[in-house]
Design a protein around this ligand. Structure first.
Ligand code: PBG
Length: 337
């Protein structure tokens, strides 16, 4: 017995990692990263109508909300201390066309929701996704089967100004067209929206983890081909840094890495390289994977959700977009993770 202890002390040179881990109080003292409600952004899906709370089959527990219900959700989020919402519209199929003209309707679903939320809950941040995918029969303006970069940039810059006019606090371009951050910054400033920020979907990968989202906004059947000619190859980390660098130069206030958990290395590299706040997006596929395992009883709901979010923080994310935001905020209000 004594001999064995002696042996380990000889091996470790008396250094024992378990000393600091022995009690809850010491584990709390040495904890390097924490998850708080202040780190959370809650993405919500919007739909036309009123009183509508419509389940999304591929994302059990997540619903499409009509504007009045989105306002209720915003109130709950604000009560829980969630700093901001991110909104995504499921636009009526009849309003979608080749150029996404509904994106340039000042009173479209996303802008109606922003105005209503900011009116009822002025203290919650509203982050609007600017892209043409919810409005077109593909993902932008197609020319000869290819998404036309410069025409798309022009359209989303105008859409961004309308979103800011409606009250959006931060514009989040998710399209990955070249030059869009600079173009949106110029358009916002020219319209007097100097205080409206840009959260760039800077390193957005051509990932297979967006499937449930595409069901949520009814684009899955519409997409022509994949998005590999504009999103980043999941194999490429260095290219992602170059993309992020351009967005910083063009005026991004915050950078996002998307998806989250499979891209922790990219979060760390972006955080270390640029002195700007970094957001991680725990996307719909990540939600669906966790949800499926939880619902089957294979993973502990609270533990695995909070761990997945804490790990994004450890990797360097200052803030996290997560469909679990409301649930996580409730747990965090009950006590530490
Ligand atoms: C595009 C957009 C997408 C997501 C957010 N914005 C889908 C895509 O790029 O195809 C995905 C979000 C998620 O999967 O949760 N406007």
């Amino acid at each position: 017995m004594t001999d064995k202890t002696h042996l380990v002390d000889e091996i470790t040179g008396h250094r024992r990692m378990r000393r600091n881990r022995k009690a809850d109080w010491s584990r709390r003292l040495i904890q390097e990263n924490r998850l708080t409600v202040d780190d959370l952004i809650w993405p919500i899906f919007l739909a036309e109508g009123s009183g509508l709370v419509e389940p999304i089959p591929a994302m059990p527990g997540v619903n499409r909300l009509s504007v009045d219900q989105a306002v209720e959700a915003a109130k709950r989020a604000a009560d829980l201390g969630i700093p901001a919402l991110a909104t995504f519209p499921n636009v009526d199929l009849g309003l979608r066309d080749d150029t996404g003209s509904e994106a340039l309707n000042a009173n479209n679903l996303i802008n109606q929701a922003t105005a209503a939320i900011k009116k009822a809950v002025p203290n919650i941040g509203v982050i609007t996704d600017v892209a043409l995918d919810p409005f077109t029969s593909h993902d932008g303006i197609l020319r000869d089967g290819i998404i036309a970069n410069d025409e798309t940039v022009e359209a989303i810059s105008r859409a961004a100004v309308m979103q800011a006019d409606a009250g959006a606090d931060i514009i989040a371009p998710s399209d990955m067209m070249d030059g869009r951050i600079g173009a949106i910054r110029q358009a916002l400033d020219a319209a007097g929206h100097q205080d409206v920020g840009i959260m760039s979907y800077a390193t957005k990968f051509a990932s297979s983890h967006y499937g449930p989202y595409r069901e949520a906004i009814s684009t899955s059947g519409l997409l022509k081909g994949d998005k590999k000619t504009y999103y980043i190859d999941p194999a490429n980390g260095t290219e992602a840094l170059r993309e992020a660098a351009l967005d910083v130069e063009e005026g991004a206030d915050m950078l996002m890495v998307k998806p989250g958990l499979p891209y922790l290395d990219v979060i760390r590299r972006v955080k270390d390289r640029f002195g700007v706040p970094v957001a991680a997006y725990q996307v719909s596929g990540e939600y669906a994977m966790l949800r499926a395992a939880i619902d089957n009883g294979w993973l502990d709901e609270r533990k695995v959700i909070l761990e997945s979010l804490l790990c994004l923080r450890r990797a360097g994310a200052d803030m996290i977009l997560t469909y679990f935001a409301k649930q996580a905020a409730q747990w965090l209000a009950e006590g530490p993770a």
